[in-house]
Design a protein around this ligand. Structure first.
Ligand SMILES: *[C@@H]1O[C@H](CO)[C@@H](O)[C@H](O)[C@H]1NC(C)=O
Ligand SMILES: *[C@@H]1O[C@H](CO)[C@@H](O)[C@H](O)[C@H]1NC(C)=O
Length: 506
């Protein structure tokens, strides 16, 4: 996932610290029995191959340094690696493989029933740089220790790349033939914008007139112990992601000798402006905007009296005064869920110790809450700075993604739920969430309304620091379970959808 962190469920759960969340209805029962399933059981030999294949993938340093700057040797090597690792995928007649934008990969898996609308599984093969310092094992070694495979990309996101291809390989070996067509898109530059990979794949599919039933990308996880008074694990499926506004602030003043300084300098004015932005957080948007609907739907699933509390929280803006809400704002992570965040990331000025510089520049990186737009954030920033001498230049911006449906009719969401229940029987709460990081899936919003960001692995709060940080690792068992999830998910997507009549046309 590009840039820090991850996706989180609706802050409402955290806010209330709900101790008695009800089991979501419909999770248990018939749904996942309907497909004639190839059992997700793997032999000892397959399990060893599975983890060794992941280790090999970690050892190829497919690093994205900055836009347009990648380890091209490694990206090319990675293409050859998957070709060798998953021979059945590449020689199956109903699977078409294409290289897009030099290093990204698109697989078209042709299903037997053309009436079913295809879907897409998404992930990315590039990783962020990983200097050796601080790692318990070298970051590109893929070494196994105490049941964990270490290395850059074990969580973000080669685990998904490899698990998708691995699950497909294992299904094909068992003579699986899909009914519903699907695509697998593996981008090569997600960490630096996705312009060369995901954007090109998206354009290619659009030119072919493809419309997808839904997309599954990286994002939410199964979280444990993140909601304070809730000891049960929760599967968080992110249905939206924050937008981004990179804003340059610039102050131009007349230059001069430092021996006769004027009262204010470009550096001082800019520093004050930046300080005002830091000291004045963007408004708390909890309960506003497109997530409200989802929150209300969710609230109805809770028992009395919690549903009443939840239904009224946003209506009366109680959150803004409540202690819990203020405590949410104090933690950087939960704060990021309730508002547009402000981060000053670059500050440039000065040439020489005895010259007052004419120009000072700073870049502020805003992550836009789904209830706001880039334009609104820009206006707010101008009002907060309230100084005409500061010029504003938008470097780049994109608005938050629309919220994907998570109701009974939402095919992708309704396929994830029973698959979670089958693979993780101990998890019986699945909730829609919001993604704090950004993913490649934003380049595909023209192809599908349902974009679900969900990685079927357990995530503890402390694991989050390893994303783009040190000692990124995945447990061998966690990776196997991820393969198992996709193995079942692909089969579940073939099943007839019930009891929703109009989905038959999909
Ligand atoms: C690029 O990847 C190759 C392996 O494919 C590796 O030998 C080389 O050291 C990498 N270069 C950088 C700058 O990371
Ligand atoms: C401010 O300085 C920058 C950098 O030197 C320059 O490009 C820009 O035109 C100046 N703007 C104004 C309004 O003077």
């Amino acid at each position: 996932m590009a840039r820090q962190y991850f996706c989180m469920a609706l802050a409402v759960l955290l806010l209330l610290g709900v101790a008695s969340v009800s089991t979501s209805k419909g999770l248990k029962g018939k749904e996942h029995q309907r497909a004639s399933q190839i059992p997700s059981q793997f032999s000892q030999e397959e399990r060893v191959t599975m983890k060794e294949t992941l280790k090999g993938a970690i050892q190829i340093p497919t690093v994205s340094f900055k836009p347009g700057e990648f380890n091209r040797t490694a990206l090319a090597e990675f293409g050859e690696y998957v070709y060798k690792a998953f021979p059945t995928v590449f020689r199956t007649s109903f699977i078409q493989h294409e290289v897009v934008g030099e290093y990204s990969h698109l697989f078209t898996v042709q299903g037997s029933d053309p009436r079913l609308q295809p879907y897409m599984l998404l992930s990315h093969i590039d990783v962020v740089p990983a200097p050796d310092q601080g790692w318990e094992v070298p970051p590109f070694s893929g070494l196994e220790r105490d049941g964990f495979i270490y290395g850059r990309g074990t969580l973000d996101n080669k685990n998904a790349v490899m698990a998708i291809l691995q699950a497909l390989e294992l299904l094909l070996i068992r003579n699986y033939i899909p009914r519903r067509s699907f695509y697998i898109a593996l981008g090569h530059d997600e960490e630096v914008s996705g312009a060369g990979g995901a954007q090109k794949i998206s354009a290619l599919l659009q030119a072919r007139g493809v419309q997808l039933a839904f997309i599954v990308d990286e994002g939410g996880f199964i979280v444990d112990h993140i909601v304070p008074s809730l000891s049960k694990p929760i599967a968080m499926v992110s249905v939206s992601e924050k937008g981004v506004l990179n804003l340059m602030l610039q102050v131009n003043m007349t230059t001069g000798h430092s021996a006769i300084p004027s009262e204010e300098t470009s550096i001082g004015i800019l520093a004050a402006a930046v300080n005002r932005l830091e000291q004045t957080p963007m408004p708390n948007m909890f309960g506003s905007g497109p997530l409200t609907m989802t929150l209300q739907q969710l609230a109805n699933k809770f028992p009395f009296p919690i549903n009443i509390v939840m239904n009224n929280l946003w209506l009366f803006g109680l959150c803004k005064q409540s202690f819990r809400c203020r405590s949410l704002e104090r933690s950087p992570l939960t704060n990021a869920l309730v508002r547009t965040t402000t981060a000053v990331t670059v500050f440039h000025s000065g040439i020489k110790e005895n010259v007052i510089p004419p120009v000072a520049q700073a870049i502020v990186n805003f992550r836009i809450h789904p209830a706001q737009t880039g334009q609104e954030v820009l206006e707010l920033a101008k009002n907060i700075v309230a100084d005409d001498r500061v010029q504003f230049h938008v470097l780049d911006a994109f608005d938050p993604l629309p919220v994907s449906p998570s109701d009974d009719q939402a095919l992708g969401y309704q396929l994830i739920r029973p698959t979670v229940q089958s693979v993780f029987p101990e998890v019986n709460i699945v909730v829609p969430g919001i993604c704090i990081g950004i993913t490649d899936s934003r380049h595909y919003s023209n192809l599908a309304t349902g974009i679900y960001r969900f990685t079927p692995i357990y995530m503890q709060p402390q694991d989050l620091h390893s994303f783009h940080g040190i000692n990124e690792k995945i447990s061998v068992q966690g990776y196997e379970t991820q393969v198992k999830f996709i193995f079942e998910f692909i089969q579940n997507a073939d099943a007839d959808q019930r009891p929703v009549p109009h989905l038959h046309e999909l």
